[in-house]
Design a protein around this ligand. Structure first.
Ligand code: ADP
Ligand code: MG
Ligand code: ZN
Length: 626
């Protein structure tokens, strides 16, 4: 059902266009066909004319500034031929003509002078009006933009039957969200089934989830399946420099939508307009955004139950920043969580995207899914593409499992940097450092398996790296595991201490992460016995696991702040001692593995596992630490 309607030109506009056409025609004839109303004469060079005058062949001449027309003497009384020539500036000409007895006169001024000057007055305004009309006509097209349509909504109308149509089969790993949206589509297709029993069809559905989990994709799938018009616009498109533009766009959008009902309005990145009004910025709030939000609220309340069905779908990855007024029943009363996919979800998503590339026989999507916990749909789509690019670069016809392995590493650790050459001492330090991480990591429960140690530089900062990939999805961590992670992070630095007795700058990122983790244990997870189960951080913790943006601390008494610092320091130092103890106990192994690593630069697979299996747990075991 194509719903982009062509605007029908109104009567005054027709007249204007007609006038424009006629005047254009006049202009053309006047400009380019000056001789169209007179006779056409042969044009000759000026020198020939002078010659003919001197020979006495010329009967009469009419001399103009730009043109001389002259007639030759005919034979036996017949009129001679008429020629024209272009004069040069020649003051002697009158004398010459007189001398040779040529009748001559100046060319009379053009007869149509009044007409030309009239055109000169009439045509420019007509052209102006014509251009004006042209832009008006363009501006009122349903999707397009004209210079005069600043207040119009920029919503794109999704026309069904487009070739790249998205359906629910293109989305995987977010089953709950899918179920919910399938129901919405059903509302739109058979509303009577719901209204008959008196159920109220929801007005607003908010898709909430981390970036890249497929919110926009889901909305497109709804558009593809619903069979009703679908207006799509991004929240940021409402926000303009001029106060009032956003709200008039909202009004326009809903006006259009109501005309096309039943239909769906999709507002992507809702947080761009829906930010809590109280959290106004620096300069006492943002008028424009507030007005836009108010208009949106009004519009959502505007269509009553009996009204035409308009369902508002919106997406955001920052639900905590939305204005509470948006979330109350009757507006976005349904919130659908679009979370990062679990293991089988990842496998399905990989499956969807792998259809677009040629897979080799050895590819095991399940294994890839296992190694990519925390990846969102967009990451997986990107992963498949990276693997395909690698295969192409290696001149392979199909994508192999090893391409995927390399692609995962690229995503996790960054690109290899062969150009960064370390000197021998640095290489040695890096090798001990990484083996230190690996040895401690091998002993720590719940933090996955050490898959690879490498001293080939990669990514922004890493000179070497230890790849530790989880063997299963984890949604909760206990205190022991977190302490273990901190110890693993400190394993690198501890190895440097054990071997060289000194520390390099290479561990700063490890320390940063270890300290952050320890601080979160104390202030967010309530894992400190001294400080108790209190949240010392302001606001909600970020909604999604893995989103580690630190929150500002609550206002604390000086004593509490000090106590927190002491606790954090204590956790990190205990972990440090633990790492040191493990490395001291395995010093021989540390030396052997490092030697091998320096030789081969990379250790992975079976070989690594057999080496790491020899790690002895230290005296200071995890359980009797505290
Ligand atoms: P969001 O809007 O949640 O930030 P998008 O919908 O824009 O994420 O996702 C970006 C791309 O990632 C999609 O076009 C799609 O190729 C891929 N993708 C994301 N989630 C999924 C999913 N659940 N199933 C299949 N592909 C997905
Ligand atoms: Mg999106
Ligand atoms: Zn390190």
């Amino acid at each position: 059902m194509p719903i982009k309607d062509k605007p029908t030109p109104s009567r005054p506009r027709l007249i204007a266009n007609l006038l424009l056409g006629v005047s254009g025609l006049f202009l053309l004839t006047n400009l380019f066909l000056p001789g169209a109303f007179g006779t056409q004469n042969t044009s000759v060079p000026y020198s020939l004319f002078i010659h003919q005058v001197q020979e006495g062949e010329v009967k009469q001449a009419s001399v103009g500034q730009n043109q001389i027309r002259y007639q030759l003497k005919g034979e036996n009384g017949t009129p001679g031929d008429v020629y024209v020539t272009t004069p040069i500036f020649d003051l002697g000409l009158p004398n010459l003509l007189e001398e040779k007895g040529v009748e001559f006169a100046a060319t009379p001024p053009p007869k149509n002078g009044w007409f030309t000057s009239l055109l000169g007055w009439v045509i420019p305004p007509l052209i102006f009006v014509g251009i004006w009309q042209f832009f008006l006509a363009r501006g009122s097209g349903s999707g397009q933009q004209g210079v005069l349509s600043i207040g119009k909504s920029k919503a794109k109308v999704y026309v069904e039957g487009e070739s790249d149509k998205v359906t629910f089969t293109d989305v995987a790993g977010v089953e709950e969200a899918k179920t919910e949206l399938v129901e919405i589509v059903d509302f739109l297709k058979t509303p009577t089934r719901y209204t008959q029993i008196g159920a109220r069809i929801p007005k607003g559905v908010l898709l909430v989830g981390p970036p890249g989990t497929g919110k926009t994709l889901l909305a497109k799938a709804v558009a593809g399946e619903a069979g009703v018009p679908f207006f799509s616009i991004s929240g940021s498109e409402f926000v303009e420099m001029f106060v009032g533009v956003g709200s008039s766009r909202v009004r326009d959008l809903f006006d259009q939508a109501k005309k096309q009902a039943p239909c769906i309005v999709f507002i992507d990145e809702l947080d761009a307009i829906g930010k809590s009004r109280s959290s106004g910025g620096f300069y006492g709030g943002n008028d424009e955004r507030e007005q836009t939000l108010n208009q949106l609220l009004t519009e959502m309340d505007g269509f009553a139950a009996g009204d035409a069905t308009v369902i508002v779908l919106a997406a955001t990855n920052r639900p905590e920043s939305l204005d509470p007024a948006l979330l109350r029943p009757g507006r976005f009363d349904r919130q659908v969580l679009v979370d990062r996919p679990d293991l089988s979800g990842r496998e399905e998503i990989l499956n969807i995207h792998a259809q677009k590339v040629k897979l080799g026989q050895d590819v095991d999507l399940r294994a890839i899914a296992t190694r990519t916990p925390g990846f969102a749909g967009a990451d997986l789509a990107n992963l498949v593409n990276e693997a395909a690019l690698l295969a192409a670069r290696n001149q392979r016809q199909t994508v192999a499992q090893e391409d995927f392995a390399e692609a995962i590493e690229r995503v996790v650790a960054g690109l290899e940097k062969k150009s960064r050459v370390l000197n021998e001492t640095e290489k040695k330090i890096v090798a001990y450092h990484e083996v230190g991480h690996a040895l401690v990591g091998a002993l720590i429960p719940g933090s996955g398996r050490v898959e690879k140690i490498s001293i080939v530089p990669r990514g922004m900062a890493a000179l070497g790296y230890t790849l530790q990939l989880p063997t299963e999805d984890r949604f909760l961590m206990n205190e022991m595991e977190l302490r273990g992670q901190i110890a693993t992070l400190l394993g690198g630095r501890s190895a440097e201490e054990v071997i060289f007795g000194s520390i390099t700058t290479g561990a700063s990122n490890d320390l940063q992460r270890a300290t952050d983790l320890a601080e979160r244990m104390v202030t967010t997870y309530g894992m400190s016995k001294v400080l108790g189960p209190l949240a010392y951080q302001q606001g909600q913790q970020a909604m999604f696991l893995g989103d580690n943006s630190p929150n500002p601390r609550r206002s604390l008494s000086e004593d509490t702040a000090k106590a927190i610092d002491v606790e954090v320091k204590d956790i990190v130092e205990t972990a440090h001692k633990q790492a040191l103890a493990i490395l001291e106990a395995n010093r021989e192994l540390l030396e052997t593995i490092t030697e091998q690593l320096l030789e081969t630069e990379v250790i992975e697979g079976e070989k690594l596992q057999s080496l790491l299996n020899q790690v002895k747990s230290a005296e200071l075991s995890l359980s009797n630490l505290r």
